[in-house]
Design a protein around this ligand. Structure first.
Ligand code: NCD
Length: 309
């Protein structure tokens, strides 16, 4: 049962629970009209202390498409955080207005603090450079739709693997599926954090490789997961400027890839995927954004414990 639970880390959901969310998302995609009123009378609060387009709006679209309503704020400056209010106090207040809350915060662990002080389900919409579990639900639903299953593939994850929270959550979640090979492509300075390498990849005996050149592995990949260099997490501008264009996926590189490789990206993109790729049938990132709304519809239903009548 997912009713009443929080989603802070991708490992909060078992593989079976994930599958139940994906099955519900499949049904919603098939018959959206049947779900148009299931959350009537329910309120979702989106508390976003950091910029967002897809995560916040897909949460809001999800709740509205389920017949519920939304309220919230989209920057710390427009909330009482600007006056010095703690996340705990904000959460205790929100909980008396809304039925469920999605929170994004620049500080690692803030949504967890909120969850510990909340009688309503709290969903982590991204906490600093740490985790982003609903982006992972989006990524998994996309991969499952494109490949028909979540096992037996080689995934290249490229870009800012150090600060990219979507990468950390994706590796954690995929560590439980069979026969996945991880090829981690980044500059030396942006390699995955030690806790992901040691606690997830090595501890579970997963097959992985860390390299710098995308060209060297392009022909091996079934999925290429590109990421943006996370400007807002850098301590100095010079390092960001030096690293920001480390990878640019263009037609030349795509010509080395398998005909059925899929390109994913959590978005927003900056320069790391050339727009000339957008019309390539292997570019799946805008489709992926759409799956993000459907999977959030399914997640909201599960955490609220509402069902189709
Ligand atoms: C990501 C995020 O916020 O971590 N975006 C998203 O939620 N789709 C990725 C990013 O900002 O680069």
């Amino acid at each position: 049962m997912l009713k009443g639970r929080h989603l802070i880390d991708p490992m909060d959901l078992t593989v079976e629970e994930l599958e139940s969310v994906f099955k519900l998302a499949d049904e919603i995609i098939e018959n959206p009209a049947e779900y148009a009123d299931v959350c009537k009378g329910k309120l979702l609060s989106t508390c976003f202390y950091e910029p967002s387009t897809r995560t916040r709006l897909s949460f809001e679209a999800a709740m509205l498409r389920l017949g519920g309503q939304v309220l919230g704020f989209s920057s710390a400056e427009s909330s009482s955080a600007a006056k010095g209010e703690s996340v705990r106090d904000t959460m205790m207040t929100i909980a008396s207005y809304a039925d469920i809350c999605a929170m994004r915060h620049p500080k690692e662990g803030a949504p967890k603090v909120a969850a510990l002080n909340s009688p309503i389900p709290v969903i982590n919409g991204g906490d600093g450079g740490h985790q982003h579990p609903t982006q992972t639900l989006t990524d998994l639903l996309t991969i499952r739709a494109l490949r028909g299953k979540l096992t037996d593939f080689t995934i290249g994850i490229c870009g800012d693997l150090k600060f990219g929270r979507t990468v950390h959550s994706l590796i954690k979640a995929l560590s439980r599926y069979d026969n996945i090979k991880f090829i981690l492509i980044s500059p030396e300075e942006l390699k995955i954090p030690d806790y992901i390498r040691e606690e997830i990849l090595m501890k579970n005996g997963l097959e992985f490789q860390e390299i710098e050149r995308l060209e060297d592995v392009m022909n091996e990949l079934d999925i290429l997961y590109m990421t943006r260099v996370q400007k807002e997490r850098f301590f100095n501008e010079a390092d960001y400027v030096r690293l920001k264009d480390s990878y640019i996926l263009d037609k030349d590189k795509m010509s080395m890839a398998k005909q059925d490789m899929a390109v994913l990206h959590p978005l927003p993109r900056v320069n790391e995927i050339s727009v000339e790729i957008d019309n390539d049938p292997r570019a799946a990132y805008f489709k992926q954004a759409k799956y993000g709304m459907y999977v959030r519809m399914a997640l909201i239903m599960k955490l609220l414990g509402v069902e189709k009548c």
